[in-house]
Every structure is written in structure tokens, then in C-alpha cells.
Design a protein around this ligand. Structure first.
Ligand code: C5P
Length: 227
């Protein structure tokens, strides 16, 4: 079976406040996108990559793609539309595993990628990297006043990658589109079908670059991982 990797990279990354999408900002010598793709390649060198890019993207260079098998597809209005476009563009078998990983997470390690693939292969409902919530969770009202403290028992942060069989993931995302539900990860769409994906404990340093401060943090994480 072919292993498919979908990397949604068609977002604007507005919270970074930069003039170009965040995946093209430099982290050391290379743009974030190049780091993310080389981490994926190190773990899955024979996988088939599907990269979701905005049609107006004028920053992308194919020189950053280490995979022999890859294709570019158009992004959609939301992240889930980008991923669904990718699923519709590939000729996958129903039981092929598809791993989706945000371009904005360049610090993911090979060990975490391989653990996720293993779980996605084992569990019919798929799997996602995740991390138990460590902070006390507050419920805010419209005035940003803390009105209650939520129990964090059983609460996890959802990370990427997330991996599912092709047929299940496609059905889940089409179901979300049909019901006009915007989901921010694949697992939410799969849960809506009554499935329960496996949570795989991931590393805390699998940071999602979202705000300007995150760039320096990601550089420090990469330096510490290399040490
Ligand atoms: O903006 P945010 O960081 O939440 O986006 C998560 C991921 O989804 C990013 O990798 C972004 O490029 C991607 N995305 C996409 N298509 C969209 C919106 C976001 O591929 N329409």
C-alpha cells in the first residue's frame, strides 16, 4: 500500500502579522516549509506527498521538496477544504493510510512520526498525536472575565500529524462539508461519524508556529534536538 502525506499549506497565517504566509518565513537558513518537509521525508522517504498551496502562492519553490513522488493541489477556503481537495486529487486505495501534517509544525520528530504511523495502522478509527493538558483551564465570558474553572481530566491538546484510512477520512470530511461544519483537525470530523481515534502521546516541543514569538522558540527547539 502507498503511504500518503497531506501537508495543508494554503493558509495566510495572519496571526504572524508578516507580509508573506508563515511557512515561507525563515527558520535559520531555510523556510519553515522546507524544514517540515525534510522532517517528514526523514521518517517516510518513500511516501507520496500532496502539498496544498494557494493558487496565488508566488513564494513556493519545488527545490524544497525532497520527495520523489509528490503533487501540488489547490488549497480551499478552510484547512478542511484544502485537505479534502488533496484527498479528491489522489488515486488511493480505500485502506491506504493518509497522514495529515500542518506545515506550521516543523519541529516534529521521526520518533513521533513513526509512532503515529504505527497507531494509524493498528486502529481502524485512526490516530493523532496529542498531549495531556497541563494548565488549569478557565472559562471566560465576553468581557474576558474568568467565570469558571473547567476540569482538565481527560483533556488533551490535539497536535498533528493525524493518520486515518483513506476511505474513513474522505467520508468524514465530506460529512463535515455536507453538514456545514468547520473542523480544525481531521480527528473532529472522524469523531462526528461516531469513531474514536487513538490519542498518541506526542512531544511537548511539537510546536505549531502561530505567533511571531514562536519563530525564536522553534529555532531553540531545533537547536536542542540537534544537540
Ligand atoms: O492558520 P492555521 O495555523 O490554523 O492553519 C493550520 C494549517 O492549515 C496551516 O498549515 C495552514 O497553511 C493550513 N491551511 C490550509 N488552507 C486553509 C487554511 C489553512 O491549507 N484554507
Amino acid at each position: 500500500n502507498t503511504l500518503w502525506l497531506i501537508v495543508p499549506a494554503a493558509g495566510q497565517g495572519k496571526r504572524m502579522g508578516a507580509t508573506k504566509p508563515k511557512q515561507y518565513l525563515a527558520l535559520g537558513e531555510q523556510p519553515i516549509l522546507a524544514h517540515t518537509l525534510s522532517r517528514l521525508y526523514a521518517a517516510f522517504p518513500t511516501a507520496h506527498l500532496v502539498l496544498c498551496l494557494d493558487n496565488d502562492d508566488c513564494w513556493f519553490s519545488s527545490a524544497w521538496v525532497p520527495f520523489a513522488n509528490w503533487q501540488r493541489v489547490s488549497g480551499g477556503a478552510e484547512r478542511m477544504d484544502s485537505v479534502l481537495n488533496a484527498l479528491k486529487s489522489i488515486t488511493a486505495q480505500q485502506d491506504d493510510v493518509v497522514i495529515v501534517h500542518d506545515v506550521a509544525r516543523p519541529c516534529v520528530t521521526s520518533a513521533d512520526l513513526l509512532a503515529l504511523l504505527h497507531a494509524a495502522n493498528e486502529h481502524p478509527s485512526g490516530a493523532l498525536l496529542a498531549m495531556p493538558v497541563a494548565d488549569t483551564m478557565k472559562r471566560a465570558n465576553a468581557e474576558q472575565l474568568s467565570t469558571a474553572t473547567e476540569s482538565r481530566d481527560g483533556l488533551w491538546h490535539a497536535l498533528t500529524p493525524q493518520g486515518f484510512r483513506y476511505a474513513l477520512l474522505r467520508q468524514a470530511l465530506e460529512h463535515a462539508v455536507d453538514h456545514q461544519r468547520v473542523v480544525t483537525d481531521e480527528a473532529s470530523a472522524v469523531e462526528a461519524l461516531g469513531e474514536a481515534p487513538r490519542l498518541v502521546s506526542g512531544r511537548r516541543d511539537n510546536l505549531k508556529i502561530t505567533h511571531p514569538d514562536d519563530l525564536a522558540l522553534a529555532a531553540a527547539i531545533m537547536a536542542s534536538q540537534a544537540a
